[in-house]
Design a protein around this ligand. Structure first.
Ligand code: CP3
Length: 340
């Protein structure tokens, strides 16, 4: 078993810098596109053997040091009464968005073994087959709420913030319910065999520090503490454009902070961040000539390797225009450059 990823997440010394990529399974892979001709994204996740195949594909193709379960942050929402469709070219679309206190109160509870057995079956199968650790994941309450309230991807999150600021009590009920869902979902994933967890709070960077502290930090604290009090499984927290929240994040009992490309590791350390760090190559660079990629990657590696506790990743997900060969070359380069 290759456990360099787990060691780095626990800030232990590694033989090389471990690497994986957000969205490492997806539309940039011809093999994935072939599977998508037959199955929608949610159909893939409802068929454990197909989900296993898609999850394993980048591990075998790229040689990365961790697998991430193939699912979506929207996966548990239908079970609590939120119907989601993944619309091509748009993203997640919700048929009846949350607007009122009654909408919030109507949300149900997640019972993972009954509601998402296919996810847990996929995890169990993956654990029998994988030789790298398996990362389970969930969306964080703010990011999930942003889709549930806006009804679709948004740039400004006005409706979500309006609810948060004008009905703080209703907002708290919403965060508590999504917090409960996330705790149940993550515990079930860990019980099924997930060896690390990434919590995606992709869009929380739209809030300032004060709003984060008041409206978000309590539920994040509860989720992470609940998991950490029961399981010795590293937890990674990631968001886009959230560098200003890094000191808030450093106070949560997470193990790893995932940075996007707007902040350097040196700067994060200067701000007092003492967790393991993950990231943070600007994904658009993957379309640049190799020499440009290499120069940027070396800078990240040189900074990241100054302390134990460094996992290489992109600053956000791989996108469809990226070539498989680029990620193969990048993975090999990182392993070679950082080998002891
Ligand atoms: O990383 C992996 O390889 C695991 C699979 C994974 C998916 N979504 C599959 C997916 C993971 C970890 C996610 C997380 C996710 N989903 C996030 C958090 C990460 C981030 O990007 O910030 C968010 C915000 C979502 C919601 C979501 N799902 C969006 C915005 C979209 C559309 C984006 C797009 O590129 O079109 C999806 C669809 C989706 N989820 C795809 C994949 C591979 C692409 C669509 C497809 O194959 O049809």
């Amino acid at each position: 078993m290759n456990s360099e990823f787990i060691k780095a997440a626990k800030k232990q010394k590694t033989n090389h810098v471990p690497v994986w990529y957000m969205r490492q399974a997806g539309r940039y892979q011809p093999e994935y596109m072939k599977i998508r001709e037959k199955y929608s994204l949610f159909e893939i996740t409802h068929h454990p053997e197909v989900c296993v195949e898609v999850t394993r594909l980048p591990v075998e193709q790229l040689g990365v040091d961790a697998a991430i379960l193939f699912a979506d942050i929207m996966t548990p929402l239908p079970s609590i009464g939120v119907n989601v469709e993944l619309t091509s070219g748009v993203g997640p679309v919700i048929d009846s968005p949350i607007h009122t206190r009654a909408d919030i109160e109507r949300l149900g509870e997640l019972h993972p073994e009954q509601d998402v057995p296919y996810i847990l079956d996929a995890i169990r199968l993956l654990r029998e087959q994988l030789e790298v650790p398996l990362i389970g994941f969930a969306g964080a309450p703010f990011t999930l709420a942003s889709y549930m309230v806006e009804g679709r991807p948004s740039r400004d999150y006005h409706k979500t913030k309006a609810l948060m600021y004008s009905d703080p009590q209703g907002w708290k009920i919403l965060m508590d319910k999504l917090g409960d869902m996330t705790i149940a979902y993550l515990k079930a994933q860990i019980n099924a065999g997930a060896q690390a967890i990434q919590v995606f709070d992709s869009w929380v960077g739209t809030l300032n520090n004060e709003a984060y502290h008041t409206y978000i930090a309590p539920v994040m604290h509860r989720i992470v503490s609940e998991i950490k009090s029961t399981y010795d499984v590293p937890i990674i927290l990631f968001g886009v454009g959230a560098s200003h929240l890094i000191t808030e994040w450093n106070q949560l009992p997470v193990d790893v902070i995932g940075l996007d490309w707007r902040m350097t590791f040196d700067k994060a350390r200067r701000l007092g961040v003492n967790k393991a760090l993950q990231g943070n190559l600007e994904p658009s660079l993957l379309l640049a000539p190799w020499e440009v990629i290499e120069e940027n990657v070396k800078r990240i590696l040189d900074e990241g390797m100054k302390e134990p506790g460094f996992i290489f990743n992109l600053g956000h997900g791989v996108f469809p225009e990226v070539k498989v060969e680029t990620l193969q070359r990048l993975t090999a380069f990182i392993h070679e450059y950082t080998a002891k």
